[in-house]
Design a protein around this ligand. Structure first.
Ligand SMILES: [Zn+2]
Length: 76
């Protein structure tokens, strides 16, 4: 059982306008751009801060070229 991660105030600007969204996230790892589809995270419309919960981080990690490389090494 996991504790539900909830963000009520933006950690950067303190706004209560921060809200949970589900979007494709594009990230860059060592010059390589990759897209993670449908990631749930908190987005602050005031300052643009993004807060990723544990689940989102795991998903992003799973799509990361860094993670993929490690997996290949383990298999080999
Ligand atoms: Zn903010």
């Amino acid at each position: 059982m996991s504790v539900k991660f909830q963000v009520k105030f933006c950690p950067t600007c303190g706004s209560d306008k921060i809200k949970r969204v589900v979007r494709d996230v594009t990230r860059t790892y060592k010059g390589q751009t990759y897209t993670v589809p449908k990631v749930g995270f908190y987005d602050c419309p005031i300052c643009g801060e993004k807060v990723y919960d544990h689940e989102a981080m795991l998903k992003i990690k799973a799509y990361s070229p860094a993670y993929r490389k490690t997996e290949e090494l383990v298999k080999a």
